[in-house]
Design a protein around this ligand. Structure first.
Ligand code: NAD
Ligand code: IPM
Ligand code: MN
Length: 366
């Protein structure tokens, strides 16, 4: 067990269901701190629509400064119809904090356990045993290129530098080394120049630095199909910003609900940012309906990647697995629980796991 430590965690609840799932993740982190004897200091800051309402800015300066100074950042979700058509968009805040913190690698893992396979809209034999991770480049591409708009039309420029491709590629290959040793790089090299550069750089890094890793390339359109047809074949999926955004929502369906998927956004150094992949879900906001598991699993990634608390992260993930296996799920997965009750079930499971572990230690000493 790790020795007790103090950490500052910046919470950015955001909009819609963001505050509901952030509260769930915080509660789980508080229980973990309690059991493992850590001191987690939480402070909440405005972002997105909440930032616009409070200061006129989707990323208030105070929020940006606090994120930079924290040990880790947790974000709920941003956006919603309330801010449609306004001068500033909530989503600007999210893009700005990713860029400001240098978070170029966005990890989106998915595992479908046998006990959950029947929750997927796809056939059990297709999704059972899926275990993959998406490495989405997060600070380049069309998201951050120059944008123009006049009365005749509009444009979004897609740009990538060699260095931007190299660093996320290395991160993906390094992870593949600790997994099943396969990287599938996704692009649109038959049409886009940035994709041709992408493919060239990934091929070179693979051959020069990771010859033991199997590398394949796929075009994004057929990849969208293969992910539904044979998702078990994939291990690490490496792709650019926009394709990663789209494919990860598609992949979330394999597991039964977008509400299950966590993410970690990491840079070379400094704090990471952790958020579920789903949005602010305005259709269910404020009704205690949102699935909090994606947020809770993001908290587990926060423990592992930014705080280096591996045992603590394992406890959260084991508790989530136990709760899902027991069928204690929210309505998006066909269950009856609300957000708070689902988070409560995870907390009960953490207590049970911890008690069992402590009990075994005692028996061992006796
Ligand atoms: P969404 O992910 O918010 O919702 C898509 C569908 O999934 C909805 O039917 C919603 O009810 C459901 N859903 C989402 N999260 C869920 C959860 N935790 N539990 C159960 N069901 C859940 O996507 P959208 O409706 O296209 O976007 C809504 C707003 O969110 C937009 O403003 C968009 O820009 C923003 N958005 C933000 C983020 C983020 O903050 N990271 C991500 C995606 C979208
Ligand atoms: C995500 C979201 C964001 C993105 C939006 C809200 C800017 O869809 O995190 O997946 O496109 O990156
Ligand atoms: Mn998205």
């Amino acid at each position: 067990m790790t020795s007790p430590q103090t950490f500052n965690i910046a919470l950015l609840p955001g909009d819609g269901v963001g505050p509901e799932v952030t509260a769930a993740a915080r509660e789980v982190l508080e229980v973990i701190a309690d059991f493992f004897g850590h001191d987690f200091r939480f402070r909440e800051y405005a972002i997105g629509g909440a930032g616009i309402d409070a200061t006129g800015e989707p990323l208030p300066q105070e929020t940006a400064d606090a994120c930079m100074a924290a040990d880790a950042v947790f974000l709920g979700a941003v956006g919603g119809p309330k801010w449609d058509g306004g001068k500033r968009r909530p989503e600007e805040g999210l893009l700005a904090i990713r860029k400001a913190m240098g978070l170029f690698a966005n990890l989106r893992p998915l595992q479908v356990s046998p006990v959950l396979a029947h929750r997927s809209p796809l056939k059990r034999e297709i999704v059972e045993g899926v275990d993959l991770i998406v490495f989405r480049e997060l600070t380049g591409g069309v998201y951050f290129g120059k944008k123009t708009r006049d009365e005749k039309g509009a444009s979004d420029l897609c740009e990538y530098t060699v260095v931007e491709i190299e660093r996320v590629t290395r991160a993906a290959f390094q992870t593949a080394r600790q997994r099943r040793g396969k990287v599938t790089s996704v692009d649109k090299a038959n049409v886009m120049e940035t994709s041709r550069l992408w493919r060239e750089v990934v091929t070179r890094i693979g051959a020069e630095e990771y010859p033991e890793i199997e590398l394949e390339h796929a075009l994004v359109d057929s990849m969208a199909m293969h992910l539904i047809r044979k998702p078990r074949e994939y291990d690490v999926i490496l792709t650019e910003n926009m394709f990663g955004d789209i494919l990860s929502d598609e992949i979330s369906v394999l597991g039964g609900s977008i509400g299950l998927l966590p993410s970690a956004s990491l840079g070379t150094e400094g704090p990471g940012l952790f958020e579920p992949i789903h949005g602010s879900a305005p259709d269910i906001a404020g009704q205690d309906k949102a699935n909090p598991i994606g947020a809770i699993l993001s908290a587990a990634l926060l423990l592992r990647h930014s705080l280096k608390l591996e045992d603590e992260a394992d406890s959260v993930e084991a508790a989530v697995a136990a709760v899902l296996a027991a069928g204690a799920v929210t309505t998006d997965l066909g269950g009856e629980l609300g957000t708070r009750a689902a988070a409560g079930a995870v907390i009960d499971a953490i207590r049970a796991i911890h008690w069992a572990a402590a009990h075994r230690v005692q028996m061992h000493w006796a």
